[in-house]
Design a protein around this ligand. Structure first.
Ligand SMILES: Cc1ncc(COP(=O)(O)O)c(C=O)c1O
Length: 402
């Protein structure tokens, strides 16, 4: 993007609405979803026979379709990924002092799930190019109390699953055998890894269909995929008051209307993702050439879905100058930018207390440099160009202030 073009774009002002850094709807709905929701409601009107049901045919069909999409044997639909992460950790039957390794640069849900089940969170560092767990660092942190590795598929990019699964096999727990690898794919539905979809590898993978995610089921929703039939039975039991598993359970179900809408969103997921990826690639082209910025990295064999478009400023700009850049983007250009994510312990006093004494210098340093700029498949080309031109200008301003 040359200078005269950038000036021309910026002189015309922002061509559309303000997009927050994490847009409020991850994909979009069509008349098809509206019809599916309306039909599910209409089909549920008879109080003597039907109602909305419990595990109704829409839920069963959605689960089968989602499992097939991911290449997993089973999918269990639920009311959100937070719930799903709790359920996955419940299935470990942690004993006091048991440890689970969780990347520090993360949303807080995974760590909450571990603490909620009485486990000890052991933070690990991430790879600064991918923002995903660093396998070598994971292996260094394994102790005889380690039960599981809990990677997040960060911002749309798969974690390095093969390396993690090898580490899990190589370092078995003395009584429980190979460590379990549980993936948090709340932000990474539709992502790919070495010819498979996220959700195919690992003991369990947890997805979110919350309003901001890549596919959504009316605001909330989620699913867990697994190839472990016994684990699937237990998850179904936890989701519905014990169910056939006859263990502890409560009600974590999604609704029939959500499942009906989910079926349409799932059919449209590849189309929505392709548009998002195209927008990210176009942005790569427009931003390439800004010397200070490191653009998102997609390792060979991975299919990034760019749930968030994550960049790095140089070390010299860590902290104050990065924040200044974000301030200029927001205030001078009206472009949503944010830091996703700081280390969890920096944002949650509760989890900081739970993990007191652990130090993650690389995550601290990285989180002072990273930032995300709003990206959405429905952004127009003019909006995309404006955002890129604004970022060129904001970087230049910070450079000149230096
Ligand atoms: C990485 C990650 N994990 C878990 C969650 C929780 O998902 P849900 O809102 O479906 O409970 C989120 C949601 O923001 C997330 O980003």
């Amino acid at each position: 993007m040359d200078e005269s073009r950038r000036e021309e774009i910026l002189s015309q002002g922002r061509p559309g609405p303000y997009w927050p850094a994490e847009p409020m709807l991850g994909g979009w709905y069509t008349e098809e979803e509206v019809e599916a929701a309306t039909k599910a409601i209409r089909d549920s009107m008879d109080p003597t026979t039907v109602g909305f049901g419990f595990i109704c045919p829409e839920i069963v069909e959605f689960e089968e379709s989602f499992a097939k999409y991911c290449g997993a044997a089973e999918a269990i639909s639920i009311n959100g990924a937070g719930t799903g992460l709790d359920m996955a950790i419940m299935c470990l039957d942690l004993e006091p002092g048991d440890e689970v390794i969780v990347p520090a640069i993360n949303f807080r849900a995974a760590a909450m799930a571990v603490v909620g089940q009485g486990g000890r969170v052991v933070w690990c560092e991430v790879d600064p190019r991918t923002f995903n767990v660093d396998p070598e660092d994971v292996e260094r942190r394994i102790t005889p109390r380690t039960r599981a590795i809990f990677p997040v598929h960060m911002n749309g990019l798969s974690a390095p699953m093969d390396e993690l699964l090898e580490i899990a096999e190589r370092n078995p727990h003395p009584r429980h055998g190979a460590l379990k690898v549980i993936g948090d794919a709340a932000r990474a539905g539709a992502g790919g890894y070495k010819g498979t979809k996220i959700g195919a590898k690992g003991w369990m993978t947890v997805f979110s269909f919350h309003t901001m995610k890549l596919m959504t089921t009316l605001g909330e929703g989620g699913a867990i995929t697994t190839d472990d039939a016994e684990a699937a039975r237990r998850l179904r039991g936890i989701r519905q008051f014990g169910g056939a598993h006859d263990g502890w359970g409560t009600n974590y179900k999604m609704t029939k209307v959500q499942a009906a809408v989910g079926l349409v969103q799932l059919r449209r997921l590849d189309e929505m993702t392709a548009k998002r990826v195209k927008a990210a690639r176009k942005r790569d082209e427009m931003l390439r050439g800004i010397p200070e910025l490191t653009l998102p990295y997609e390792p060979p064999g991975y299919d990034h879905t760019y749930y968030l478009y994550t960049m790095l400023v140089p070390r010299a700009w860590a902290g104050e100058k990065r924040d200044r850049l974000l301030h200029i983007m927001e205030e001078a250009y009206g472009v949503g930018c944010g830091v996703y994510n700081r280390p969890v312990y920096a944002d949650s006093g509760y989890l900081r207390e739970q993990t007191a004494g652990q130090e993650l210098p690389l995550s601290d340093a990285l989180s002072a440099r990273l930032f995300c700029m709003a990206l959405h498949p429905l952004m127009t080309e003019a909006e995309q160009e404006y955002m890129a031109a604004a970022l060129w200008a904001a970087v230049e301003q910070v450079r000149c202030e230096a």
